[in-house]
Design a protein around this ligand. Structure first.
Ligand SMILES: [Cu+2]
Length: 447
């Protein structure tokens, strides 16, 4: 089976959080709502909020408070989430803007109860959304201090246990199943120009969460330099990456390729602490791997240096059919030449790394960190940031012959993929994350 078939094997998972209440469910009876913080010790805005209520009746179902965030100046509806005190998706939206954006914005939070408009409360917040914390160091996972790798693993355990980690998997599935238009397989996060800025945001947000969970904002996402493993005498499967000191082992052929031991095994047994459960609605319950099954090889250093030599960021079809020698993005993504690059690594790991729920495997993050490192190095080598990205809105390169282009006000456009586009589902754009050489970007590579 080819990777693009697998990537579309799971759809609609992300809508579970936003589904309407079940038929016949009682509405919350309340006469007053107020906000309270669920993490009073947190040092930066936003303080994660939930709503408290004065109950007036007995028919209480706490799932019926609706939280709405609004960002003035943004055209799109921000976030509506049913739940109490599970404000995580809304909180996530605000955290995301706060962690990466660079302007003062006023945010309005409203909590309300459907069918009871009298009970509604709003709060305005001014947030200075500019990162001024210490720079996170992104190190080679196999050469960094083992204690730092352990701290990273422990932070992932915390984020798995509090739901933050799975929140990001939803984002990946939602973006990966959205924006697909007739004539092209481009979605809002893959097979198009936004691939690299989209995953850059994705990684940085998780990295901020890792920093918060570990209490060490210098703890960056480690990267996996798979080009080194490509030439191991014993083959890529013999890498230390697949030992219990790092990502744990291959899946078991006699157990549906589930990973049965190591730091990221899912189901409690005599060999597994079960600290890495997968949500049933996100291709759970267990992490699976099939190392070397779909492909036995990994991208080589010489392939990557050829990709680094592609001077144009993107072009022509702006999707997975773009000529790789004319599209650094497509060459690195791996759909069309140069040995498969990013795609090849997903295929090598296999199992949980194949579908759009692939962030289930922490291998996703160390892999994509290496992809981002290559993108970063390409940007530094080319010395251009805004001027390199393609397309910019209205630059004339998106035309009637661009697959999946959308006509907006008489103009051919690529929603989600232009320099000025929102990177779905965040309030961030490629221009927010283009230049990672300044300190405000928040991270740096230890090459
Ligand atoms: Cu992805």
């Amino acid at each position: 089976m080819r990777l693009h078939q697998l990537l579309f094997g799971c759809v609609c998972l992300a809508f579970v959080l936003f589904s309407a209440p079940a038929q016949g469910q009682q509405l919350l009876q309340a006469n007053r709502l107020s906000f309270f913080s669920v993490e009073p010790g947190i040092r930066w805005w936003p303080v994660p909020l939930a709503a408290a209520y004065n109950a007036t009746g007995t028919n209480i179902d706490v799932s019926d408070i609706v939280f709405t965030w609004s960002f003035p100046g943004e055209a799109d509806q921000s976030c509506t989430y049913r739940g109490h005190p599970g404000v995580l998706p809304c909180r996530g939206m605000v955290v995301e803007k706060t962690w990466l954006h660079t302007t003062l914005v006023t945010v309005v939070l409203t909590a309300s109860i459907p069918g009871n408009p009298a009970v509604s409360t709003s709060k305005r917040f001014n947030i200075l959304a500019s990162y001024t914390g210490p720079t996170a160091r992104r190190e080679n996972m196999l050469t960094m201090a083992p204690a730092r790798w352990q701290a990273f693993t422990n932070a992932l355990y915390t984020l798995k246990a509090n739901g933050v980690y799975d929140h990001y998997i939803y984002h990946h599935v939602t973006a990966g199943t959205s924006g697909i238009r007739m004539g092209s397989q481009r979605n809002l996060a893959h097979r198009g120009p936004a691939l690299l800025p989209w995953h850059r945001v994705f990684l940085r947000l998780l990295e901020r969460a890792v920093g918060a969970a570990s209490g060490d904002l210098t703890l960056g996402i480690p990267y996996w330099d798979w080009t080194a493993d490509a030439v191991l005498p014993g083959g890529p499967k013999s890498s230390r990456v697949w030992t219990n000191a790092y990502l744990g082992p291959d899946g078991s052929a006699s157990a549906d390729y589930r990973v049965l031991t190591g730091p990221f095994c899912s189901i409690v047994s005599s060999t597994c602490s079960g600290r890495w459960p997968l949500l049933p609605q996100l291709a759970g319950p267990a992490l699976e791997r099939q190392l070397g099954n779909m492909t036995q090889i990994l991208p080589t250093a010489s392939q990557i240096s050829q990709i680094m030599g592609v001077t144009q960021y993107d072009g022509t079809t702006y999707d997975d059919t773009a000529t790789a020698s004319l599209s650094f993005r497509n060459a690195l993504e791996g759909w069309n030449g140069f040995g498969g690059a990013h795609n090849l690594v997903h295929m090598f790991v296999g199992g949980s790394m194949n579908p759009l729920t692939s962030p289930n495997d922490p291998a996703f993050f160390v892999h994509h960190c290496n992809v981002d490192r290559i993108y970063y190095n390409w940007q530094v080598q080319r010395g251009c940031y805004a001027s390199c990205y393609q397309p910019h809105t209205g630059d004339g390169t998106v035309t009637a012959s661009t697959p999946g282009a959308k006509i907006v006000n008489g103009q051919y456009r690529l929603p989600g993929h232009e320099w000025e586009s929102r990177l779905f589902p965040w309030f961030l754009h490629p221009y927010d994350v283009s230049d990672q050489t300044n300190s405000a970007s928040g991270y740096t590579y230890v090459q």
